[in-house]
Design a protein around this ligand. Structure first.
Ligand SMILES: Nc1ncnc2c1ncn2[C@@H]1O[C@H](COP(=O)(O)OP(=O)(O)O)[C@@H](O)[C@H]1O
Ligand SMILES: [Mg+2]
Length: 232
């Protein structure tokens, strides 16, 4: 099982390539933290891998029967359903081995399982989105800033879940601005700049090193607050 990206170029118009001739190979069980300032192309790369946008050139190669899941944003959740109803629906639709109750327990969200999606806070909905990923249980999972709006406890839960998914051999790309949090579970950091991954480093669980690389590459410090206020 692997995900191979071969000379991928992605663009929204003829003039500018957002991802430019990117080649990468991810083996089973690899968890990558994708970091870069806003507008660098993190979301675009995920859309490309998930075939939500056409590749201008290049290829995305999957192993046989391999599935990808990418839930780009919270708008795709059904607002009128309760959390439990949504999970039941997802579990049935994907013929999942996971019951909604199992996922509710894993995420520790039984306190709001009967609330409608429309009545949840940003952070609560983020947890619900992660629940949908768990139910779908694809081999490749693309998480675009999954922890925005999460409190410390939920961030810990997400770290644990990511480690569990890695154990189960999933290939995961997760974008985030919170380098400390990524350091808890990723194998590698990828720095995206000018349409390509300009640096890959292994996670040594020392976020200071990652932050130094970040400053070196982008000439500024990562600022989580900007991104979070952007969402509120
Ligand atoms: N649907 C779109 N149509 C045209 N341009 C887009 C679209 N989505 C993103 N872009 C442009 O692509 C670039 C990368 O955006 P994005 O992938 O969202 O970056 P990031 O996720 O790293 O913040 C930006 O310049 C953005 O304006
Ligand atoms: Mg984005």
């Amino acid at each position: 099982m692997s995900l191979v990206i071969e000379n991928a170029t992605l663009a929204y118009n003829k003039k500018t390539n957002i991802i430019d001739d990117l080649s990468i190979e991810l083996p089973r069980g690899r968890v990558v933290g994708l970091v870069a300032p806003n507008g660098s192309g993190k979301t675009t790369l995920m859309r490309g891998i998930n075939h939500d946008i056409l590749l201008k050139s290049g290829k995305i190669i999957l192993s046989e029967n391999e599935t990808i899941f990418f839930l780009e944003n919270q708008d795709s959740l059904f607002p009128m359903l309760s959390v439990q109803e949504l999970f039941n629906f997802a579990s049935n639709s994907w013929n999942s081995t996971y019951s909604s109750q199992k996922i509710i327990d894993l995420l520790d969200i039984s306190n709001f399982k009967n609330k409608k999606i429309s009545d949840l806070s940003l952070g609560m909905r983020q947890m619900v989105m992660i629940g949908v990923y768990l139910i779908v249980d694809s081999e490749i999972m693309l998480f675009d800033e999954p922890i925005n709006g999460l409190d410390q406890l939920n961030m810990k839960i997400v770290s644990k879940i990511m480690l569990m998914l890695k154990e189960r051999g999933k290939i995961i790309i997760v974008s985030s601005h919170l380098l400390d949090h990524l350091s808890e579970f990723v194998d590698q950091f990828w720095f995206l700049k000018d349409g390509n991954v300009v640096k890959q480093i292994d996670n040594t669980h020392n976020p200071i090193l990652v932050k130094n690389d970040y400053i070196q590459i982008y000439g500024k410090e990562e600022n989580a607050e900007n991104e979070i206020t952007h969402y509120i």
